[in-house]
Write a protein that binds this ligand. Structure first.
Ligand SMILES: [Zn+2]
Length: 368
C-alpha cells in the first residue's frame, strides 16, 4: 500500500521567472535532490509520480477562458494582449517563454495528486511545485500565474467532497479565500503574517466569508517576530476545533515555508521544528490529504523543510546529517535547524499579544 506520493519532474524547474526573481526553480530541484539523496523514494510505501500538463478545460475550473488564452499568447511572445491588464510585467509577475507550459504543468501536478488521493492510491500526495494561492480568475498575482489550489478544490467539489483548506504560507491565501468566500462547502483557514506589513495586505480576522459562506473563511494573522511557541499555540486553538467541526472528506494544505526566520521576504520567526509540528498537526486532522507547496525564498531552508514535511507524510525519519552526495554539492549542514532566531524579548511579547487578541476574537466570532 502506497502511503505517500511525491509529484515531480525536472520539467518543473527548467524554466522560471528570471535570474533576479525570488521564486527560483532551484528551490524545487534542491528539494528533489535532497529527498532522493536520503533514499526517500526507495521504499514501497513512497512513490515518485510524474505530473502532466493541465488541460484548458481544467484550468477553466477557476480561470476565465480569456485569461487562459492570454497566458498562452504571452508565453509564446505574441503581442495580441496588453500584459498589464492581467497584472503581468516586470516585477512580481514577469512573462517568460514557456510560461504557459510550465505553469499548466504545476496545475497538472496538483490534479495528479488529487487523483491519487481520491482514488485511494495514496493517503497523501505532495504537489510541491503547487500552492500558487494568490492568482485570481483573470489575473496573475504574487508570483502565481494559475491557482492550482483553487482549481483542485473545484475539481474535488465536482466529485461531491467537502474540502477544508489550511494555508500556512507566510502570506495570506487570498486567491483561494476569494474563490470560496460565499460557499459553506469549503472551509478556508489561512495563518500568515499580518497584512499590515506584508503582501497582499489582506487576511484580517474580520474577513469571515459572505452569505452562506459566513464563518467558512477564517484568518489568523501574526505579527512580525512570531516564534514557534506562539504560532503553534494559536494554531492549536483555532485549526483543529474548526476542521473537526467541519468534518471534511479531504484536507488541502498549502505548506509554504516562508514563515522561517531566515526567509528574506517575510518577518515571522519559525524554525524547522515549528514548521514540522504544524505539518504534523495537519496530518492528524486530514482523513485524506492533498499537500501543496508554496512560498519559501531561502533555497537551503526550502529544501530542508519540504524534505522534513515529506518525511512526516511518508512516515520516514531522516537523519540530521545531510547525505554526502548532497553535502558535497551544496555544502555541509544539518537537516533540522541547529540555531534559534534571536528575537528581542519585547518584540516576542508583542507578537504573543497580537496572536492572543486574534485567537480570542476568532473564538468568540466562530463559537469555538
Ligand atoms: Zn508566501
Amino acid at each position: 500500500m502506497t502511503k505517500a506520493a511525491f509529484i515531480c519532474s525536472p520539467s518543473l524547474w527548467q524554466r522560471g521567472h528570471g535570474a533576479s526573481h525570488p521564486l527560483k526553480p532551484e528551490r524545487l530541484q534542491r528539494t528533489y535532490e535532497l529527498l532522493a539523496a536520503y533514499g526517500a523514494f526507495d521504499g514501497r510505501e513512497s512513490i515518485l509520480v510524474q505530473p502532466r500538463q493541465a488541460t484548458p478545460e481544467e484550468l477553466g475550473l477557476f480561470h476565465t477562458e480569456e485569461y487562459i488564452e492570454v497566458v498562452r499568447s504571452l508565453s509564446q511572445g505574441e503581442g495580441r494582449f496588453n500584459p498589464r491588464r492581467y497584472n503581468f510585467g516586470p516585477g512580481d509577475n514577469p512573462v517568460f517563454p514557456g510560461m504557459y507550459e510550465t505553469e499548466a504543468l504545476k496545475v497538472g501536478a496538483t490534479l495528479v495528486a488529487a487523483e491519487l488521493v481520491t482514488s485511494d492510491q495514496a493517503d497523501v500526495a505532495f504537489s510541491f511545485s503547487g500552492g500558487l494561492h494568490h492568482a485570481g480568475p483573470a489575473f496573475a498575482s504574487g508570483f502565481c500565474v494559475f491557482n492550482d489550489a483553487a482549481i483542485a478544490i473545484h475539481w474535488l467539489l465536482q466529485r461531491g467532497l467537502r474540502v477544508a483548506y489550511v494555508d500556512i504560507d507566510a502570506h495570506h491565501g487570498d486567491g483561494v479565500q476569494n474563490a470560496f468566500y460565499e460557499t459553506d462547502r469549503v472551509l478556508t483557514i489561512s495563518l500568515h503574517e499580518t497584512g499590515l506589513y506584508l503582501f497582499p495586505g489582506t487576511g484580517f480576522v474580520e474577513e469571515m466569508g459572505r452569505g452562506r459562506g459566513r464563518g467558512y473563511a477564517v484568518n489568523l494573522p501574526f505579527a512580525p517576530y512570531t516564534d514557534d511557541e506562539t504560532y503553534l499555540w494559536a494554531f492549536e486553538e483555532i485549526v483543529p476545533p474548526l476542521v473537526r467541526r467541519f468534518q471534511p472528506d479531504i484536507v488541502v494544505s498549502q505548506l509554504g515555508v516562508d514563515t522561517h526566520y531566515r526567509d528574506p521576504l517575510t518577518h515571522l520567526c519559525l524554525t524547522t521544528s515549528g514548521y514540522v509540528a504544524a505539518v504534523t498537526a495537519i496530518k492528524e486532522l486530514a482523513p485524506r490529504w492533498l499537500a501543496l507547496g508554496g512560498g519559501g525564498y531561502d533555497i537551503d531552508v526550502v529544501a530542508r523543510s519540504w524534505t522534513l514535511a515529506y518525511g512526516v507524510m511518508s512516515d520516514q525519519e531522516f537523519p540530521n546529517a545531510l547525505p554526502s552526495a548532497y553535502a558535497e554539492k551544496y555544502g555541509q549542514g544539518s537537516l533540522r535547524d541547529h540555531e534559534e532566531p534571536r528575537i528581542p524579548p519585547e518584540l516576542r511579547k508583542r507578537a504573543r499579544r497580537y496572536a492572543e487578541a486574534g485567537v480570542a476574537a476568532l473564538k468568540q466570532a466562530l463559537g469555538i
